[in-house]
Design a protein around this ligand. Structure first.
Ligand SMILES: *Cc1c(COP(=O)(O)O)cnc(C)c1O
Length: 434
């Protein structure tokens, strides 16, 4: 469910006409729906009925300060993967004390920053990292709260670049070595064992791998509770969103028409399946979803530069590119692309939708059926809220795009489009070239 739909012929976000946003702030521009994020947060929070749940929004999916503040206002903590993200939570007025710090290569400075700001827990990915955290905590005279990330060796059946819970991935400690790692942690003077963590991958569209992983780790979590008095089990994030029928998936009932095995994964199904496995543990449960929280809450608005008619192919050249939204180039991902103004009298065209960057990979869609649109008209790439802006770059000296947040009838710019001066501010010509 989300809050993007056609009102008459015009695509709106909540009660805001998206063409008006594009006129005011130009393109390419990301637009997010606050109501969608709030709905997603509440559905996650309520998914494990009767359990003590803390949602830690995975900030790397989209770390704009306004979105972090919105999540903090809703009651979320954060799953953070760098010192920069810790600073973002502080800058947004979020709560580091209900946040966790993950990642395979935390530096000493980042560990210090996390501890100085009272992080809820550090998620440890290896034995050498445990030693480093113990050392930094010692220099600060504190006990570092930790959980060890265990790798349950479960195939998430997702894209290879976003699978994290197989034994050949770089993440976590294999379940069979985890008991020894906890024994080692218990011997560290400056470590306080608080929990256990796992995260098996991203964009999971079936509940099976989650069930398998939780079932595998739950007996170990029970052992840790008995032996070390742990208080929480973080089951990670990774819930997938609908990309292919993105616009239709805004309504609550659209999937009821689908066969049972083709229905999307929902927090309700996730919760109903996992609650019986988690409830007997009597542990607090942390949920670290990023994509699910913001993915379907954002679109990327873009203007058509040309409709280029080729010999065998038509190309829709738009002003957004792989630097703005890299997912199609990087993960072969699908983003539904729709006109901002729907016109049933236009015919449908089959096009490749491409950006202006000098790479063949700068392609949003191949052989896509779309209503004919011409120069100057606007389109939206749906489901672009997660891993969109946060993965954007300045490739081809293209400025980072603008971002806008909608709430009801109001909307505000939450990130200005970068200027040339900002893009080059850190660069200089050395004396020996002058
Ligand atoms: C990236 C990440 C998440 C969030 O993944 P999503 O697929 O966006 O839900 C959660 N936990 C950890 C440790 C991560 O690295």
């Amino acid at each position: 469910m989300h809050h993007f739909h056609y009102s008459g012929s015009d695509l709106v976000c909540e009660s805001v006409d998206l063409a008006a946003v594009a006129r005011l702030y130009g393109t390419p521009t990301y637009v997010y729906s606050a109501a969608t994020i709030a709905d997603n947060y509440r559905r996650l929070r309520d998914s494990l009925a009767g359990l003590d749940v803390q949602v830690c929004y995975a900030a790397k999916a989209n770390s704009n300060l306004a979105l972090l503040r919105l999540c903090a206002n809703l009651g979320a903590g954060f799953d953070l993967v760098s010192g920069g993200e810790i600073r973002r939570v502080l800058a947004a007025g979020g709560d580091v004390r209900s946040s966790v710090f993950a990642g395979v290569g935390k530096t000493e400075a980042e560990i210090r920053l996390a501890l100085e700001n009272g992080i809820f827990s550090l998620h440890v990915e290896s034995e050498p990292e445990l030693a480093r955290i113990n050392h930094v905590a010692g220099t600060l005279g504190v006990k570092a709260p930790i959980a060890i990330r265990v790798n349950p060796d479960v195939d998430a059946h997702t894209h290879a670049k976003i699978t994290t819970g197989k034994s050949d991935n770089k993440f976590g400690i294999p379940l069979q070595h985890a008991a020894a790692a906890y024994e080692a942690a218990a011997k560290c003077r400056n470590i306080a064992i608080k929990g256990v963590q796992m995260h098996i991958g991203s964009q999971l569209t079936q509940v099976g791998p989650f069930t398998e992983a939780v079932a595998k780790v739950a007996p170990f979590a029970a052992e840790l509770k008995a032996n070390f008095g742990i208080s929480y089990f973080s089951i990670g994030g990774g819930m997938g969103i609908v990309y292919r029928d993105a616009l239709a998936s805004g309504t609550q009932t659209w999937w009821e028409a689908l066969p049972a095995d083709q229905r999307p994964l929902t927090p309700e199904l996730y919760g109903a399946t996992l609650t019986p496995l988690l409830a007997p543990l009597g542990l607090k449960v942390l949920l670290e979803h990023g994509r699910f929280m913001v993915g379907n809450a954002g679109v990327l608005l873009s203007r058509v530069e040309h409709l280029k008619r080729g010999a065998g192919k038509n190309f829709l050249v738009v002003d957004a590119a792989m630097n703005d939204l890299v997912r199609p180039a990087m993960y072969d991902s699908y983003h539904e692309t729709v006109p901002l103004h729907r016109d049933s009298s236009r015919r449908a065209l089959k096009v490749d939708i491409v950006g202006p960057i000098c790479e063949s990979g700068d392609c949003f869609a191949k052989d896509r059926q779309i209503q004919e649109v011409g120069e100057g008209e606007l389109v939206a790439f749906m489901s672009a809220g997660a891993y969109g802006y946060s993965m954007a770059s300045r490739y081809n000296t293209r400025p980072l795009p603008a971002e806008v947040l909608v709430q009801g009838r109001t909307f505000e710019l939450i990130n200005t489009r970068e200027t040339f001066a900002q893009m080059t501010a850190g660069e200089k010509i050395p004396a020996f070239l002058r």
